[in-house]
Write a protein that binds this ligand. Sequence first.
Ligand code: DC
Length: 207
Amino acid sequence: MIIAIDGPAAAGKGTIALKLAKHYGLNHLDTGLLYRAIGRLMTEQGLDVDNAAEAGAVARKLKAKDLNHPDLRGREAGELASRVAVHPEVRAALVDFQRDFARTPPGAVLDGRDIGTAICPEADIKIFVTASPEVRARRRTDELNAKGRDVPYERILAEILERDERDSHRSAAPLRQADDAVRLDTTALDADAAFAAAIEIVDAGHE
Ligand code: DC
């Protein structure tokens, strides 16, 4: 079974994907890490993330071990990832890895922006996880505050809106709900309720 989870930044798709993988005994790939690793490697090598040819070259050399880079989860890596992700050369270089991962038994949950539309259009289940930008920014701000990082809500909201804009309006595989995806709006749901709703979607789609 292949489950595709797409949606904008901080909608809760990563947590849902991880829990679904555990629940159904599937592998899990957070595809954002691929783009984050490329952004990080480029800045370390003094390369320009907005240069398509340079970004493509780094993407073609990406190794699985690069996903263990210690500094991929933060906001800066997310911003770099969103910028390298606009280049068609980068996206093309990552297709085979993601498809091979998805097709490896017993199957997988992949989360990202283009899994249901471009990487695994044949996925058994597609869920588009979303939430209002204000709620996503509030959750991100609370997460950072809990880690002792005092970042203003307004700044996080501005970053989220900028990322939504870039991810949704690029020409190469933009963030978009697949026609056959089920929309899961987590605006009014906590993590447990969102996971329960996701299980219902998978079970209903797999009867
Ligand atoms: O899911 P994330 O926040 O880790 O993703 C970081 C960026 O990577 C996101 O803003 C756009 C890009 N991305 C993408 O273009 N396609 C994917 N499948 C996953 C991420």
